[in-house]
Design a protein around this ligand. Structure first.
Ligand code: RP5
Length: 161
């Protein structure tokens, strides 16, 4: 198994149904990756250890998904200078607006690139991770271009009945 270039972490098993979209997108592009459940507040020491191990062993991008107070992505970013992409999870009480605001409002100095709430954010975090990797990998750039062409062809082929 190659070491994961993209390390995906989510705060709870309950995030997985949405975060599968990131996993599937990274698989589609053939990007070695790992998906883990680790929590900023339930397993803080294990989270720190995992981030540092990933960073030392070749991971180039982190994706972190969390809901509610949603501090996971910020804590990951606190432990690495590698790019961290955050995916706010839709929460029961505030529909993910809480997660989005918590994640996107990082004070200046420790950035988290925050995506959309839910599945669109999960997919786009993976695509953005591929785009970051593609800056030095022409084969991934080619795959992203094909993926965009497929989307365009789908739209142009839509018939309204
Ligand atoms: C966050 O709290 C998780 O990322 C999840 O989105 C939310 C609820 O977690 P559970 O109570 O379902 O474990 O930490």
């Amino acid at each position: 198994m190659p070491f994961p270039l993209v390390a995906v972490v989510m705060g709870s098993r309950s995030d997985w149904e949405v975060m599968r979209a990131a996993d599937e997108t990274l698989q589609r592009f053939g990007v070695p990756h790992e998906c883990r459940v680790l929590s900023a507040h339930r397993t803080p020491a294990a989270l720190e250890k995992w981030v540092k191990e990933c960073a030392e062993n070749g991971t180039e991008v982190f994706i972190a998904a969390a809901g509610g107070a949603a501090h996971l992505a910020g804590v990951v970013a606190a432990h690495t200078v590698l790019p961290v992409l955050g995916v706010p999870m839709e929460s029961a009480s505030l529909k993910g607006l809480d997660s989005l605001l918590a994640m996107v409002q990082m004070p200046a100095g420790v950035p988290v690139g925050t995506l959309a709430i839910g599945k669109a954010g999960a997919t786009n975090a993976a695509l953005l991770a591929v785009a970051i990797l593609a800056t030095s990998r022409p084969e991934l750039k080619g795959k992203l271009e094909s993926y965009r062409r497929e989307q365009a062809e789908k739209v142009l082929g839509e018939a309204l009945g």
